[in-house]
Design a protein around this ligand. Structure first.
Ligand code: NAP
Length: 279
């Protein structure tokens, strides 16, 4: 399941929508000098530029206080030219991440992390949903993977991938199991999955023998190894699965494309073209 070409198509669609909507602004906040975070921010800005979204790249030193960061968020909330705000996680340990996320105006929360947006998803009335789970569902739909009645297993329960993708699969009438580090017998769960989403950040956590023949496997993991970037699923599983995403070139490009889609969605909410629930 190739994410690259599909992501390119989505970006072209977003570019057309941006041209129609007029000025659209995305602001990112990065605290500290984490290398991986800096790479993600650079990719997001390059993608935003390409589709005509004006992006602001705020970089703050690692010693930035929580209050200083909250002040920046408040400024961006009030800035009429900003449709979407993204605070790159993780934040340094002295900053309360949940508090910062709560401070973002939910209508500008393009990461879908604010409790209001997370709650809307849980209630089955999604507003702004994290980009990676949307990208995963878009890939499954592109390859026409049946979800209704399918047994879906999600490995990982983070707020940004595991939990929201489980909710989206549930909404599509899959029967969903969520696994995590305390799951008693991971292989038993994964080997029963028609649709397997793995987002744990552990190289080769899922081996070929843990995959059901004919399954659709989405490997979300990004692990830096001496051999380069690898996922959480042994590539040998491609021989067993009917569909599987490569790493890199699978979910990664979809995440960026769906973030841009979220920026357009946030702009539509702000301009009243879509109704946003009152807080
Ligand atoms: P995270 O917050 O670290 O969560 C990892 C999850 O995996 C946790 O729920 C953890 O369980 C579970 N886990 C860890 N070891 C496990 C094991 N041995 N067996 C079963 N479950 C295990 O990670 P994340 O932010 O969701 O990201 C997961 C991976 O996806 C990372 O490699 C990240 O780089 C990648 N990622 C990729 C994209 C993309 O666009 N391709 C986007 C986001 C993330 P507990 O809850 O019990 O600790």
């Amino acid at each position: 399941m190739e994410g690259k070409a599909l992501a390119e198509r989505i970006r072209a669609e977003v570019a057309a929508e941006v041209a129609q909507l007029g000025n659209l602004g995305l602001a990112t906040l990065l605290v500290g000098d984490d290398l991986a975070s800096a790479i993600y921010i650079r990719l997001k800005h390059a993608a935003a530029d390409e589709v005509g979204i004006a992006s602001t790249d705020l970089r703050l030193p690692v010693e930035t206080s929580e209050q200083e960061l909250l002040d920046h968020v408040a400024e961006l909330n009030a800035d009429e030219a900003v449709d979407g705000i993204l605070v790159q996680l993780p934040l340094p340990a002295h900053i309360d991440e949940a508090r910062v996320v709560r401070a973002i105006d939910p209508i500008k929360d393009v990461d879908g992390s604010h409790p209001l947006n997370a709650g809307q998803l849980y209630l089955g009335r999604p507003t702004l949903v994290p980009a990676t789970p949307i990208g995963i569902l878009t890939l499954l739909d592109e390859y026409e993977i049946p979800l209704e009645g399918a047994k879906a297993v999600v490995v990982g329960r983070s707020n940004i991938v595991g939990k929201p993708v489980a909710q989206l699969l549930l909404q599509r009438n899959a029967t969903v199991t969520v696994c995590h580090s305390r799951t008693a017998d991971l292989a038993r769960e994964t080997s029963s999955a028609d649709v397997l989403v793995v987002a744990a950040g552990r190289t080769a956590l899922v081996t070929a023998g843990m995959v059901k023949a004919g399954a659709a496997v989405i490997d979300v993991g990004i692990n830096r190894t001496d051999a380069g970037l690898v996922g959480d699923v042994d590539p040998g599983a491609m021989e067993i699965a009917a569909f599987m995403t490569p790493v890199p070139g699978g979910v990664g490009p979809m995440t960026i494309a769906c973030l841009l889609q979220n920026a357009v969605r946030a702009a539509r909410f702000r301009r009243g073209a879509l109704a946003f629930p009152a807080a």
